[in-house]
Unconditional design. Structure first.
Length: 298
């Protein structure tokens, strides 16, 4: 019985029990906080960021609590911990850089969950931002356009300090895109331009207005000039045909569908003009060999 009492009141056992109780309490508080605070946000990005931040704070509190509980044991190990810490920091410099990158991402506005980015040469939508890695649902590669290919890519957060971060949906979630239409020489050029202008204005009308409003915010926030968000039609002439370029603004997730709609309507409108406006195509004219006459004289 005396041995059991001695064991129960042993200082080391007591500290272990206190540490376990402290970890359980912090875990429960973190769980409750995530449930309460995350419900205060309507958008998924803020909710996700709040949960990640609570997890990080809970982890720090656990370390602080353990340091306090075992503080009397750490005094004689200060020098050893210092030397070991320097070695660990050197060995885990990539991990430390990734944690610093996570803090920069969370509070520096590099990108958030749901954004379409190009990071480390990988393009896709951010679906999770961890302490060490960012998870991206990749687009492109063997799939044409901005469509998912089904591959998940994990990228170390330290990349934000090493390479450019391309964000397609940050403060300005719109892109300028272009399509090129070849028209045959001798067509009614004014008619062709009128068709493209009317169709472009109709198809991207909503995007142009929204982009203009967003662009005003950029002009007031950054040192940047005003830009045209309404469709623009330009013309160049080459050796084969007259080429029109239709430039327009579109939401970064609607590029493929918008381009398809523009091509379809322009194709139908041009064909409806009969011979007034014609599409051009590469043609090859084969020239036959000249006739050779051979005569023989005796």
């Amino acid at each position: 019985m005396k041995e059991i009492e001695t064991y129960l009141f042993n200082a080391t056992v007591g500290k272990i029990v206190v540490a376990m109780i402290g970890i359980i309490i912090i875990f429960i508080i973190s769980k409750i906080a995530k449930g309460k605070l995350s419900n205060q946000f309507e958008d998924n990005s803020s909710r996700h960021k709040t949960k990640k931040l609570i997890d990080f704070v809970g982890f720090i509190l656990m370390i602080v609590m353990l340091s306090v509980v075992y503080s009397d044991k750490l005094g004689g190990l200060t020098v050893a911990f210092g030397v070991a810490g320097a070695g660990i920091a050197f060995a885990l410099q990539e991990v430390i850089a990734s944690v610093a990158g996570w803090l920069a991402i969370m509070f520096g506005g590099f990108y958030k969950t749901g954004d379409r980015v190009k990071l480390g040469g990988i393009k896709g939508d951010v679906i999770d931002i961890g302490v060490l890695r960012t998870t991206i649902m990749e687009t492109g590669e063997w799939v044409d356009g901005d469509l998912y290919n089904g591959r998940l890519v994990l990228i170390a957060n330290s990349f934000v300090f090493k390479e450019p971060v391309f964000n397609y949906s940050g403060d300005f979630p719109y892109l300028w895109d272009e399509i090129k239409i070849p028209i045959m020489f001798g067509s009614n050029y004014k008619k062709a331009e009128s068709i493209m202008t009317e169709i472009a204005n109709e198809v991207v009308k909503e995007y142009s207005q929204e982009a203009q409003n967003k662009w005003k915010g950029l002009v007031s926030k950054y040192m940047i000039e005003d830009a045209q968000t309404t469709p623009m039609i330009t013309l160049v002439v080459n050796d084969n045909w007259v080429e029109y370029t239709v430039r327009y603004t579109v939401h970064y997730k609607k590029r493929r569908g918008t381009k398809n709609e523009l091509y379809t309507q322009i194709l139908q409108a041009v064909e409806a003009t009969g011979t007034e406006v014609k599409f051009a195509s590469a043609t090859f004219h084969l020239v036959e060999a000249p006739e050779i006459k051979v005569s023989f004289s005796k």
